[in-house]
Design a protein around this ligand. Structure first.
Ligand code: NAD
Length: 427
């Protein structure tokens, strides 16, 4: 029987490969292969039927040598400690590659919000904070929304911490609604960040988005705003794909003269599913779900879920494709990486490409701590600056050391964290 996929083993494997490239000493390796701290706790909640149910909660703090830990809290029935460990580790590298002064964290609760009332979910949020109050806050660890948690969950959590501490602490948590300490620009941040890096990768090739074409997997938060900015820049998106829950399958929607955000958003539900009947009336061709990958375009943007560009389908990438920009987390497998590297496709790796989200969350935290909020233009301008700098850091490392871009990004991130640990005298 084959071993089940363990994301933490994968995260450690990626780290080991780069630790070898960097020739890291044994102590630093041992420190960075594992989280610094792991919290596991019980959250008793009185349910609507009057009985008490005990939920299991987690918070993993992978490394805070560069600043307070940062990362989301997931509500999922199949949450495991190893998933949370892997995600916390990746957050450390993501914050380091864009050079924001934060470490990596992730949290979770084993629960299924589909079967919980809002009052019960509030109980879980407040219970999570009561267990973790000593170990979180803007100077220690800053949570955010993630799978099945929303701005409402963040406000409940902030309120609970403020009640415990007897003071206002909006910088404790990010992803809050605008007007309750949230940042303008957060909705656009991840998708726009993807396109800032695409724009710079095109520049390296002597091109601009104007006159180029793209095909996108997914049409949720990341993909929608990637499509919006790319078309604003003059690029043409000819294909998007999505999951259709009613049919339990995926579809691709193609329009050779260009899909637009404005047109598609009006026929897309809150889960990122495009209405296929309305799409047809707007002139879209309905194609199989995996057709997005074989389109004759300059740029592919996988922005849906993990494990989508694999050893089985990477050879279907059209020979015209110059750039793969990973909007999603972990969309490509190591086998797909090898194909892309051999074919000299320019990969913008996930933890660089989609770091616009955490960067804007960092801005939210800074604004909350100052109790002074920036305009959307100011937020997006600062975001562009950080993403562009990070992109060139990775591009330069890849060029000078002749590394695949994913390895180059890891080299930069791990080096920064290792160096912070050394400067602190930890290793
Ligand atoms: P979302 O839930 O808003 O949208 C997901 C989209 O993917 C939907 O359109 C859905 O229909 C589609 N989809 C799901 N399975 C698919 C499949 N097999 N084929 C084609 N389409 C499929 O999610 P999101 O917030 O846009 O996140 C997308 C990815 O980006 C995830 O990997 C997420 O972890 C990552 N990410 C998101 C953010 C953020 O700020 N939202 C930040 C960093 C990384």
């Amino acid at each position: 029987m084959s071993k089940p996929f363990n994301p933490f083993e994968m995260a450690q494997g990626q780290f080991d490969k780069v630790a070898d490239i960097l020739d890291l000493d044994q102590g630093t390796r041992e420190l960075l292969r594992w989280p610094l701290r792991e919290h596991q706790f019980a959250i008793p909640v009185r349910m609507d039927d009057g009985k008490v149910k005990v939920f299991r909660g987690f918070r993993v703090q992978h490394n805070d040598a560069r600043g307070p830990n940062k990362g989301g809290i997931r509500f999922h029935p199949h949450e495991t400690l190893d998933t949370v460990r892997a995600l916390a580790t990746w957050m450390t590298w993501k914050c380091a590659v864009v050079d924001i002064p934060l470490g990596g964290g992730k949290g979770g609760v084993i629960c299924d919000p589909h079967h919980l009332s809002m009052r019960e979910q509030e109980g879980i949020c407040r219970g999570w904070v009561r267990q973790m109050a000593k170990h979180v806050g803007y100077l220690q660890d800053v949570p955010a929304p993630d799978v099945m948690t929303s701005p409402q969950h963040m406000v409940w959590m902030m309120d609970e911490l403020e009640v415990i501490h007897g003071q206002k602490e909006p910088g404790f948590i990010t992803g809050k609604p605008v007007g309750m300490g949230g940042s303008l620009g957060r909705t656009e941040a991840t998708g726009y960040g993807v396109i800032y890096t695409v724009r710079e990768a095109l520049k390296l090739m002597g091109l601009t988005p104007k006159g180029t074409t793209a095909s996108v997997q997914g049409f949720g938060n990341v993909a929608q705003y990637a499509v919006q900015l790319f078309t604003q820049y003059g690029g043409k998106v000819i294909c998007v794909s999505c999951w259709d829950n009613a049919d339990q399958k995926t579809y691709s929607f193609r329009k050779m003269d260009g899909a637009t955000f404005e047109e598609l958003i009006g026929i897309t539900d809150k889960f990122g599913t495009v209405d296929k009947v309305k799409a047809k009336t707007l002139g879209y061709e309905l194609l199989p779900g995996d057709a997005w990958i074989e389109q004759e375009v300059d740029i592919l943007i996988p922005a849906a879920i993990e494990n989508q560009v694999t050893g089985d389908n990477a050879n279907r990438i059209h020979k015209k494709v110059k750039i793969v920009a990973e909007g999603a987390n972990g969309p490509s497998t190591p086998e797909a990486d090898r194909v892309m590297e051999e074919r000299s496709i320019y990969l913008i790796p996930d933890f660089l490409c989609n770091a616009g989200g955490v960067t804007c969350s960092y801005f939210e935290q800074v604004q909350g701590n100052m109790n002074h909020y920036w305009s959307k233009e100011e937020v997006l301008g600062k975001l562009d600056g950080i993403m562009t700098n990070a992109f060139y850091g990775v591009a330069e490392m890849a060029r000078t050391k002749r590394l695949f871009t994913r390895d180059a990004a890891y080299v930069i991130a791990i080096n920064r964290v290792a160096s912070a640990c050394r400067q602190r005298g930890w290793v």
